[in-house]
Design a protein around this ligand. Structure first.
Ligand code: AMP
Length: 217
């Protein structure tokens, strides 16, 4: 694959996280998921975690200044020097512009923005069925990837949990935020010649083939 600085763009539930992990394996650069980073800040009880919590649980976007500071710090870490897969950032035009400035200041630029497009009708059941193991992190889905015993982790026997923002009410809010705040990024990156659209309405392997092609183009 030609480059190493990628953004994965797409609605919640489009499969960004799954495809990001494949890209990490293929490219040897870190996945930088702002959702995961914010959940970790909450777990640790930091000031940022406390500030972010109420926005996240309501399915709202956390303010730009907090996210921009978080990403600026993360991109300074040595592992990001060779490249990155951004998953869940940027989500607003303000974040996208700030990222461009940060990269330009380091003499770096984006290789491509891979946009995974999925039909709206599949998103709500995909997300509301998600469960994970709070102990070992194994992901499940009540319908598409059920554990052997309902609600119990196959690997370690722990009771599975649902993210507080994976409920239907929160997902509807997250999709609204995506439509109003994040969707304009398609035009922004198209204007810069960086956007590569990928049809995400297929199984993981098929979508991965398409993502690989887009990353190589
Ligand atoms: P995710 O795991 O990517 O779905 O993110 C979970 C939640 O974290 C989002 O619904 C937002 O509340 C917050 N979040 C993650 N990334 C961003 C971002 N780039 N800008 C604003 N809020 C974010």
């Amino acid at each position: 694959m030609a480059g190493r600085n990628f953004i994965l763009l797409g609605a919640p539930g489009a499969g960004k996280g799954t495809q990001a992990q494949r890209l990490v394996e293929a490219l040897g650069v870190p996945q930088i998921s702002t959702g995961d980073m914010l959940r970790e800040e909450r777990r640790l009880g930091t000031e940022l975690g406390k500030k972010a919590a109420e926005y996240m649980d309501q399915g709202k976007l956390v303010p730009d200044d907090l996210l921009i500071a978080l990403i600026a710090q993360r991109l300074e870490k040595p592992d990001a020097a060779k490249g990155f897969i951004l998953d869940g950032f940027p989500r607003t035009l303000g974040q996208a512009e700030a990222l461009d400035k940060m990269l330009a200041a380091k003499g770096r630029s984006l290789d491509a923005v891979i946009a995974i497009e999925v039909q709206r009708s599949v998103i709500v059941p995909r997300i509301t069925g998600r469960r994970s193991c709070p102990k070992c992190g194994a992901p499940y889905h009540v319908e598409f990837q059920p554990p052997k015993v309902a609600d119990v982790c196959d690997a370690c026997g722990t009771k599975l949990v649902q993210r507080p923002d994976d409920t239907e009410a929160a997902v509807v809010k997250r999709l609204e935020a995506y439509d109003t705040m994040t969707a304009p990024l398609f035009a922004y990156y198209e204007g810069k010649g960086k956007l590569r659209r990928v049809d995400g309405n297929a199984d993981v392997e098929t979508v991965w083939k398409r993502v690989k092609e887009a990353a190589s183009a």
